[in-house]
Design a protein. Sequence first.
Lengths: 270, 296
Amino acid sequence: MNTPRFQKRTLFLIAYLVFAILPIYWMVNMSFKTNQEILSGFTLFPQDFTWDNYATIFTDASWRDGYINSLTFVAINMVITLTVALPAAYAFSRYRFIGNKHIFFWLLTNRMTPPAIFLLPVFQLYTTLGLMDTHIAVAMAHLVFTVPLAVWILEGFMSAVPREIDETAYIDGYSFPRFFVTIFLPLIKPGVGVAAFFCFMFSWVELLLARTLTSVDAKPIVATMTRTVSAAGMDWATLAAAGVLTIVPGAIVIWFVRRYIAKGFAMGRV
Amino acid sequence: MNDELKPVNQKAWLLVLPVVLVMAFVSVLPLMTVVNYSVQDILAPGRSVFVGTYWFAEVMRDQSLHAALWRQLMFSLAVLAVQIPLGILLALSMPAHGWKASAVLVLVALSLLIPWNVVGTIWQIFARSDIGLLGVTLAHLGFDYNFTGNATHAWLTVLVMDVWHWTPLVALLCYAGLRSIPDAYYQAARIDGASKFAVFRYIQLPKLRGVLMIAVLLRFMDSFMIYTEVFVLTGGGPGSATTFLSQYLTTKAVGQFDLGPAAAFSLIYFLIILLLCFILYNWMQRVGTAAKEPTK
């Protein structure tokens, strides 16, 4: 209806997308160059196109293990997070009980705690328990920020489901667990997807705790990268290739949940 | 959500219990350890003296902490001042339907998925004035740009990097908020002949209040805890131009034998975030309700 205005917005969008893509393009660009080309000068395209950097990652065990380690603890983290967050989010969205608001806010304060604070105590705690350098240790350390976020998102999705559905199911003689799994969960599937995505995102990219809690057996890909920077004398090309590969799982996940990605926040409380 | 309509049911506690137990283990227990350290002077492993609030007083007097806190505040405010309007604008510009909407959504969200140290690494190269696109372009335009040597340039580079990295989060939230506005509102506005700005000010902005609150809070707390990206990009330098609180804390904690001061610092840091988030939350809620009143 208002064409010039619309065009201005499109122009802005294109400008922003260019700004958003350029650094990523630069990384992709670097991943196809040799180290020598990266450091010797400025080139917009790889002059000397090579797949070697990717080959290095796929053939070197430490890179490959890092990738698998990251995927493992992220998966453990997602399972634990959703298992505890689903019932809690249901309780917050459906009932009032003593301290419900306080508990909810307390959960959110965990999201506000800088990971740097947990560094030392978490190190000692898991050393004492003999869990150092295991996937489960990293997964549990990451629960600090994934659980509050998951409860927050799921509560929003659940509140959008009319309460009448629960009541009808109970009248029809469904027990709570059966109702929850067979009727309620399918209704909030997008919410589960989005919560899982955010758990994935924050656990996948976290470095500080993951690096502190692991040394060899559970070393995540992000930590493998930092080691390469310091030890192998700035292997920029391999690093860039690894960076490209770390985006891939997230991009796949986001493609599946793209329609629902931020709905939970739009409906939630706070 | 209207809380008053919910039935009271104390059995709901059973559903919340797993979360409380898990969080007690992964969060409260470590936090208690920090509290424990913060009131002790550890002379040797197994030998410590109770010193009460000594470390807290010590940390509060620390001049470089004041400087780091001030830098941190300025940075977080700058982050909000740039990212919130930019995010809203971006959400308004994103197409609502069709394959274009999906494509734009994924492209916009891409930067959120990059591990934080990779973000730092990309920008480290990207901003170099000899081999990086940004650096070379700026140099070409005649700027004497050097983020490793010039404090202002370093600070601005960190800010631009953060804008690049996190504006998508604000945009995604606002985008979802905009999609939840019923079409009837727009039709009513069209009948009234409302301008685009009026539509934004009286329909879209009030409806975005909820998501904006979340966006502001998330961005505020996360920018207040920023560590990895800055650590990789500038290492806190040049000098201490980009040494923010987390950076300062880790340099203090790592390689130091006595854990007391670092623990006290951690707690003060946490309380500052909590306090500021609380103030921000209440202020936004007041602004929200004050803005709502006249329209009723």
